[in-house]
Ligand binder design. Structure first.
Ligand code: CA
Ligand code: CA
Length: 74
């Protein structure tokens, strides 16, 4: 493993930890209370837009509570 790879892994770990600590409750992000977080709703949370695609496991373009908990609780 070279130093560049190590740095990238470390940075990813740090940002993931920081993000998990700051993430609000599902209900707080689901503004229209339809049980899903849309990309529009995700945009209001700093960092969530970037994590959105990765977190959307079933690729339906929305995050359900299970998918959201994956990023909010690690
Ligand atoms: Ca919603
Ligand atoms: Ca989804």
């Amino acid at each position: 493993m070279n130093i560049k790879t190590l740095c990238a892994i470390t940075l990813t770990a740090i940002s993931a930890t920081t993000f998990a600590a700051d993430i609000p409750d599902f209900q707080a992000v689901d503004v229209n209370a339809d049980g899903f977080i849309s990309l529009e709703e995700a945009k209001s949370i700093e960092g969530l837009e970037q994590a959105f695609t990765m977190a959307d496991i079933n690729k339906d373009g929305q995050l359900d509570e299970t998918e959201y908990s994956e990023i909010s609780h690690g």
